[in-house]
Each structure stands twice: as structure tokens, then as C-alpha cells.
Design a protein around this ligand. Structure first.
Ligand SMILES: Cc1cc2nc3c(=O)[nH]c(=O)nc-3n(C[C@H](O)[C@H](O)[C@H](O)COP(=O)(O)O)c2cc1C
Length: 192
């Protein structure tokens, strides 16, 4: 591994952070994260997304409530227990001051909008790392858009009717450290 390569350092040091301080992000940090989102590549450069940057606590709380209500109704006890064991029984976002939701156009015909959204999510996560922030990609948010709350939450975050939730990212100042996940070299195939 090269000893000084900032881009690789951010890739190797990123972790899923599940505890944040209450400190808000600065306007500059928010702006740079937004620029990083817009810089992501997409199939045929279609940019089939909308990036919903949400810092309003009441909206984050409404998304949490909608998703957790759905999980409770569906009897997803193991999932609820996992959140509680992580010290965040009432939030999918672990107290992060910024939640970014990526929605994608259902009518997109490039065939890759979900992949585009995933790549953009990692762009945002790595930008957060480069800014000294922590992040956690959150898929569980999908429940807020799965049932009857879809329209209410969709309106709150200004998601067009033609869009679907793709993925979300919680971002803030980290209040924990974490070891890297176990890498599985057996998953690598090298054809020489
Ligand atoms: C598509 C996707 C969805 C995820 N959803 C959640 C989630 O809902 N809640 C959560 O705490 N972590 C979530 N994660 C984080 C993973 O659990 C984490 O990336 C994995 O355990 C590896 O740990 P690391 O990110 O620290 O390397 C998600 C990650 C990805 C890529």
C-alpha cells in the first residue's frame, strides 16, 4: 500500500459510524458534500437522481417514525433489537445532523439507476471522510417509503412522484471509532 495517497487513505479509513455528536455541519461542509454528490458518474451521464439533503430535525424525526412504525407493524423485532443494541432504538440515523436521501427516477431507461445511486452514495461517504466527518449508508430508510407514509414523507422531502427511494446516508461528526470490517481476500479472482 503506498504510504501517502490521500484518496486511498480515505477509502481505507472510512467506517460505518453509528454514533454522532450534536455538532451541526458547517455551510462549507454541506456545500462540498453536495458538490461530491453531483460529481458522481452515472450510466450514459443520465444523472437519474435527486439528492435530498435534510438537516431539519423534525423531518429526520418524521422519517424515523414512519420507518420504525412500519418495522413494528411488520413484526421486524430482530431489526428493532439491533438498533436498540446500537444505542439508537428510536432512530435509523444514530443522531446524525445530516441525512442525505438519494431518490431515483422510476422512468429512467438507462437500466442502471440503482447502481448510479450506490456509486453516488459512496462518493458522498468518501467526501465526508475527506472532510473529517463520519457517515453510515442506511438502507433501512426504505420502510418510510414502502407503505402509507410514502406520500407524506415524499412531500416533506420534495421527492417527485415519479421517484423511488434508493439509499440514504447519515453524516455527522463521529462520536465513536471502529475497526475495519474483515476483508475477504477469497472473494478476489485474478486472471493472469
Ligand atoms: C447498501 C447498504 C445499506 C446499508 N444499510 C445500513 C443500515 O440500514 N443501517 C446500518 O446501520 N448500516 C447499514 N449499512 C452499513 C453496513 O452495515 C456496513 O457498510 C458494513 O457492516 C461494513 O462496515 P463498514 O462500512 O464499517 O466497513 C449499509 C451499507 C450498505 C452498503
Amino acid at each position: 500500500m503506498p504510504d501517502s495517497n490521500p484518496a486511498l487513505d480515505f477509502i481505507f479509513s472510512r467506517r460505518s459510524i453509528r454514533k454522532f455528536t450534536a455538532e451541526p455541519l458547517s455551510a462549507e461542509q454541506l456545500d462540498l458534500l453536495q458538490q461530491a454528490a453531483l460529481a458522481a458518474p452515472s450510466a450514459m451521464n443520465r444523472q437519474p437522481w435527486r439528492f435530498h439533503f435534510i438537516t431539519r430535525p423534525s423531518v429526520i424525526a418524521a422519517i424515523d417514525e414512519a420507518a420504525l412504525t412500519k418495522y413494528r407493524e411488520d413484526g421486524e423485532q430482530a431489526l428493532l433489537d439491533r438498533l436498540a443494541s446500537r444505542g439508537s432504538p428510536n432512530s435509523l440515523f444514530y443522531g446524525a445532523p445530516l441525512v442525505v436521501i438519494i431518490s431515483i427516477d422510476q422512468t429512467e431507461r438507462s437500466g442502471y439507476p440503482w447502481i448510479d445511486a450506490g456509486i453516488a452514495a459512496e462518493n458522498i461517504a468518501l467526501a465526508a471522510q475527506a472532510l473529517g466527518l463520519g457517515s453510515c449508508i442506511i438502507g433501512l430508510t426504505q420502510a418510510a417509503f414502502a407503505g402509507s407514509s410514502r406520500d407524506i414523507i415524499g412531500r416533506m422531502i420534495e421527492m417527485p412522484d415519479t421517484h423511488d427511494f434508493a439509499i440514504s446516508i447519515a453524516i455527522g461528526h463521529p462520536a465513536m471509532g471502529k475497526d475495519p470490517h474483515e476483508a475477504l481476500p477469497g472473494r478476489l479472482v485474478t486472471i493472469k
